[in-house]
Ligand binder design. Structure first.
Ligand SMILES: [Zn+2]
Length: 221
């Protein structure tokens, strides 16, 4: 395999957590930085956003994961669960319209009230900005299963999102523009889904002007 990890530049890959391989049968975990398919796939999407019109923006991320490089942004903040700067996703202690880009990867399944969290993510986003949102493998099961409590044997998740995740987004954010794009990891060719939440038509149009093959899931107000 001749493809470098797009996060650390390394070329060696090994089995993932629990010894698993990627869907294509290739080893998913970078042996140097431990990145997996999704981290590199999301970064591919971000490379295109940065090449286009999203340079030098204000940025906040909920839970760091190597998807972005802090120097891409005019300002970079990260909320780490349990850390000094930890923010409650369901009641984010930040003014409305604070950030151009708000990123939330694989965190939504850890909070009891995902409806509140989704609305909060969009609230702190500037009117011409976007929320970059991902959840674990939303395409692997048809319907979302919500236990209403953090299930220990399921990584402490409150729920597993299914194919109906986009319907959940529409229901909780009836006025938002909701877009999606397929993210592909160059190393394993695995694909994943990124969702974008936006306030208005012009911010959605700006995202559609990039080189990314954006799909519109909901036209907001
Ligand atoms: Zn790496």
């Amino acid at each position: 395999m001749n493809i470098n990890c797009n996060i650390c530049g390394h070329k060696g890959f090994g089995a993932g957590p629990g010894g698993r391989m990627s869907a294509s049968g290739l080893p998913p975990r970078c042996e140097k930085c431990n990145s997996l398919e999704r981290h590199r796939a999301y970064k591919e999407v971000f490379f295109k956003l940065i090449e286009d019109s999203y340079k030098r923006k204000s940025f906040i991320q909920f839970s760091p994961d190597g998807t972005v490089e802090p120097e891409w942004f005019a300002s970079y903040e990260v909320s780490t669960y349990g850390g000094e700067n930890s923010l409650d996703l369901q009641k984010i202690d930040k003014p409305s319209h604070s950030y151009d880009i708000v990123m939330c990867n694989h965190v939504l399944e850890h909070v009891p009230y995902d409806n509140a969290a989704l609305n909060e993510l969009l609230r702190i986003t500037k009117t011409n900005g976007f929320v970059f949102l991902t959840v674990p493998s939303p395409a692997t099961q048809e319907r979302t299963t919500d236990w209403g409590y953090p299930k220990e044997e399921q990584h402490g998740h409150y729920r597993i999102y299914g194919n109906d995740f986009k319907e959940i987004l529409k229901r909780y954010l009836p006025n938002a523009w909701i877009l999606s794009v397929e993210a592909i990891d160059s190393v394993t060719k695995s694909n994943d889904l990124v969702f974008f939440l936006l306030h208005n038509k012009s911010s959605a149009a700006k995202l559609q002007d990039t080189q990314l093959p954006i799909i519109v899931l909901q036209k907001g107000s």
